[in-house]
Design a protein around this ligand. Structure first.
Ligand code: KG4
Ligand code: ZN
Length: 413
């Protein structure tokens, strides 16, 4: 089955082609730079960008996958939750394509798709070019994102390049090795080997899933494939929002999460003691607005701190430590209580190195299997929408009418 998926729930325009669990393409045009100027996502601007970018992004996804729209068996799009005027664009466009091709259409819950994104992994070691072209020295630094986040031939993606983070991630995964003799590894148009992202549910097991992004912090019990139950969520600010807002108080650019992540590496996480909201409450809910307020008062009372880079790094490390401790401890506690042996995590904040490292440490200590979404699949992307849609079609779940509308406030149950 070959399926086109579209995601426009917030500030990323994305289209992906998936076939039999394999991600043939996943093109993402990020609007991060556009919204940075305003310190947050401006819905009207997001919608205009989606309108401008959707067609080229979808065309790029089809061409990268090497297929024409006539070869599609189904179409899917994010139906909710998200910004209404942003969702509308991708959802209606996808419905129109399905209508024109007379193919099945599926509206997907964005959060449900996040639940399955950690099961999409790099399927094979993938070198860049036959002779390590693009790999500098003995180190595994890459020239281009190995994923299609930045389409190499277009200027669609506006996200800032993060080569150092990518190289860390890639070397950890050992992605860019010398080519093995397998003739089946695909070459990109520039003669580079491309990574193959493949959903693998063969090792699927019931898991506790942490979805942690700019808009949401959720703990979900995934009981079996396509069956889940939400255990808790944020009652005010989400974790990503807390990173962004406390960063703003420190004078950092939007989105501050990745910047705090970098500065925290050089800081002392024990320098300042911030509250760990709801850590000991007997529920799976989160609250981060009190932490943000506490940082606000702390900066008000110690304004000189912001003139000292070392102390800013300490502040970043201390704020990050508070957020990470709450996320990790509540996730582990819920997993133990629910009796699952696997933990998964996705959403933009899952890119945070402190969170990834701590989850890895604690899961190892407690004997949990940990599946973290690949960093480029943590943030919003159409690949996860396509993989879930394909699973639903394969499970023969009933197809909704083509007249369905977006659901901006669609809550995962
Ligand atoms: O999932 P996402 O791209 O969008 C939604 O909010 O749906 O997540 C964006 C959020 C932002 O709040 C951003 O600051 C945060 O993820 N984020 C990070 C990191 N990378 C992205 N937060 C902490 N550390 C990071 N490395
Ligand atoms: Zn998301």
């Amino acid at each position: 089955m070959t399926l086109l998926a579209i995601e426009t729930s917030c500030d990323e325009t994305s289209a992906a082609v998936v076939r039999d669990g394999k991600v043939l393409s996943n093109v993402v045009s990020s609007q991060i730079k556009l919204h940075a100027e305003y310190g947050g996502v401006v819905p009207e601007l997001a919608a205009r960008e989606h309108l401008k970018n959707l067609l080229p992004v979808a065309q790029a996804a089809l061409s990268e996958a090497g297929i024409s729209s006539l070869q599609l068996d189904a179409v899917a799009a994010t139906q909710g939750p998200g910004l209404g005027i942003a969702l509308l664009i991708g959802f209606k466009a996808a419905q129109s394509v399905a209508f024109a091709l007379n193919k099945p259409f599926l509206g997907i819950n964005h959060h449900e798709a996040h639940l399955y994104s950690p099961w999409i992994q790099i399927a094979s070691p993938l070198p860049l070019g036959g002779d390590r072209a693009g790999v500098r020295g003995g180190d595994l630094t890459v020239e281009h994102s190995p994923f299609n986040i930045q389409h190499p031939t277009s200027k669609m993606a506006a996200g800032p390049p993060v080569p150092s983070m990518l190289s860390v991630e890639c070397s950890a995964l050992n992605v860019f090795q010398k080519p093995r003799s397998s003739p089946s590894l695909p070459l990109s148009s520039e003669g580079r080997w491309k990574p193959v992202l493949q959903a693998d549910f063969t090792s699927f097991q019931p898991n506790l899933s942490l979805i942690v992004s700019g808009g949401h912090t959720m703990l979900v019990l995934v009981e079996s494939d396509l069956k889940h139950r939400v255990l808790g969520g944020t009652i005010d600010d989400a974790a990503g929002e807390c990173f962004d807002k406390t960063g703003k108080l420190m004078g950092l650019a939007y989105p501050a999460g990745p910047i705090i992540d970098q500065l925290a590496e050089q800081g002392n996480p024990k320098a300042y003691d911030f509250p760990r909201p709801l850590l000991h409450d007997a529920n799976d809910d989160f609250s981060f607005s009190g932490l943000k307020t506490s940082v606000r008062y702390f900066i008000r009372d110690h304004p000189a701190l912001l003139d000292d880079r070392k102390r800013i790094c300490d502040l970043c490390a201390s704020v990050q430590a508070a957020i990470v401790e709450v996320l990790v401890k509540k996730t582990i506690r819920a997993a133990k209580r629910e009796g699952v042996r696997c933990i998964t995590a996705s959403g933009g904040v899952t890119c945070n190195r402190g969170l990834r490292t701590e989850l890895e440490r604690v899961c190892k200590q407690n004997g949990f299997t940990l599946r973290l979404a690949e960093k480029n699949l943590c943030t919003d992307n159409a690949a996860m929408i396509g993989i879930l849609a394909e699973r639903k079609l394969m499970a023969k779940m009933p197809l909704p009418a083509l007249s369905e509308e977006i659901q901006p406030a669609w809550q995962l149950a």
